[in-house]
Design a binder for this molecule. Sequence first.
Ligand SMILES: [Zn+2]
Length: 150
Amino acid sequence: MTTTVPTTVNPNPAPTLPAMPAQPHPAGRRIVPALIDCAPIYVDCPSWCVMDHVAENEGALEDLYHSSDMADLYVASPSPNGPQLVLHVRLNEDPFLIRREGRGRNIVVDTGNDPFMLDARQAAEFADDLVALAAQVRAMSRTLAAEGQK
Ligand SMILES: [Zn+2]
């Protein structure tokens, strides 16, 4: 007597890529799988990148980019939507942009309009400006508090 075991086959299995054997690689970098228009490839990826390049499945190689987690700045708002996002900042790398001048690593400052792409020196100056702005906002807050307003 033969017993038939029912089997199910997922008609749309999630794409998977085999692990690539370890390769010599610069510190702070790794080789990760990616999909480009459903075609599997491997790309060099910085260790700070949080992108899932397989899930992103970009349509073209030039659309693939690396991104860190975002640092967000919110301002309190009386709106029912709660605090409002003022800007977010993240590390970025666009290694395959068609425009050569846009390639490379930078820090993106996005206020919801055209993002600003800063190099390390510009980002350090921006950070200094944020510290100075914070001191000004704190002084304004103390002025209001001294006048009896909350
Ligand atoms: Zn990446």
